[in-house]
Design a protein around this ligand. Structure first.
Ligand SMILES: Cc1cc2nc3c(=O)[nH]c(=O)nc-3n(C[C@H](O)[C@H](O)[C@H](O)COP(=O)(O)O)c2cc1C
Length: 193
C-alpha cells in the first residue's frame, strides 16, 4: 500500500454517553485493523457558534472551525456516526459541515470534502436506528463531492445494543460496522495510491 489511509472519525453528537460515539469506535477498530491511521474527534471539544455569514464576513472562521478544517484537510477519509434528530441530521453535525465547507482565502472549493471517502453509521433508541437521518447525511455529503460507500449500518434499540466491552452484542452487526471502517480504509488507499 503506497499511502497509509488517514481517516478522521467522529459522531454527530456531543453527548457524553452518546451511542454514536460508541458506535464509531467499532468502525475505527475495523479501519485500524485494515491498516488505516485513524484520528478520533469528539465534537464536544470543538464547540462552534451557529454558522452565520455575517460573522464569517466580519470575523472570518472561528478558531474551532479552523481546527476542524485543519483536521479534515490532514485526512483522506471520514467515518461518521450520525444520530437522528426529527428524522434528519443533528444540528451539531450540519453546523460542523457548514463551517468546514467554507473556503479559506486561496483554498480550493470544498477542500475538506472533495474526493474524500466516507462511511456512515447510526445508532438510536428507536426501532429504525437512525436510518432516516442517514439518508440526509448521505445526500449532503454526496452533494459536496464526498464518495460515501454504499454500506451503512443503523443500530436500533441502542440502549441495549452494546455489551460492557463496547462491542455490539449482535456479532453480525459488530462485523458489519467493522467492515465499514475497513472498506473506507481500502477505498482511501485506492483513491490515493
Ligand atoms: C431533538 C431530538 C430529536 C430526536 N429525534 C429522533 C428521531 O427522529 N429518530 C430517532 O430514532 N431518535 C430521535 N431522537 C433520539 C435520539 O436518537 C437519542 O437521543 C440518541 O441517544 C442520540 O444519539 P447519541 O446517543 O449519539 O447522542 C431525538 C432526540 C432529540 C434530542
Amino acid at each position: 500500500m503506497a499511502v497509509t489511509p488517514k481517516i478522521l472519525a467522529f459522531a454527530g453528537s456531543t453527548r457524553a454517553e452518546s451511542y454514536n460515539k460508541k458506535l464509531v469506535q467499532i468502525a475505527i477498530a475495523g479501519a485500524r485493523a485494515a491498516g488505516a491511521e485513524v484520528t478520533y474527534l469528539d465534537l464536544r471539544d470543538l464547540p462552534m457558534p451557529l454558522f452565520d455569514e455575517d460573522v464569517e464576513a466580519t470575523e472570518g472562521l472561528p478558531v474551532n472551525a479552523r481546527k476542524l478544517k485543519y483536521l479534515m484537510l490532514a485526512h483522506h477519509g471520514l467515518l461518521l456516526s450520525c444520530p437522528e434528530y426529527n428524522s434528519s441530521i443533528t444540528a451539531v453535525l450540519k453546523n460542523a459541515i457548514d463551517w468546514a465547507s467554507r473556503p479559506s482565502p486561496g483554498e480550493a472549493s470544498l477542500a475538506c470534502f472533495a474526493g474524500k471517502a466516507a462511511g456512515l453509521m447510526s445508532a438510536s433508541p428507536g426501532a429504525l436506528g437512525g436510518l432516516r437521518g442517514l439518508v440526509h447525511v448521505r445526500a449532503i455529503l454526496g452533494n459536496i463531492q464526498v464518495l460515501v460507500i454504499p454500506e451503512q449500518v443503523a443500530v436500533p434499540r441502542a440502549f441495549e445494543a452494546f455489551g460492557p466491552d463496547g462491542k455490539l452484542k449482535d456479532s453480525k452487526q459488530q462485523a458489519a460496522v467493522e467492515r465499514i471502517g475497513a472498506k473506507v480504509a481500502a477505498l482511501v488507499a485506492k483513491l490515493n495510491g
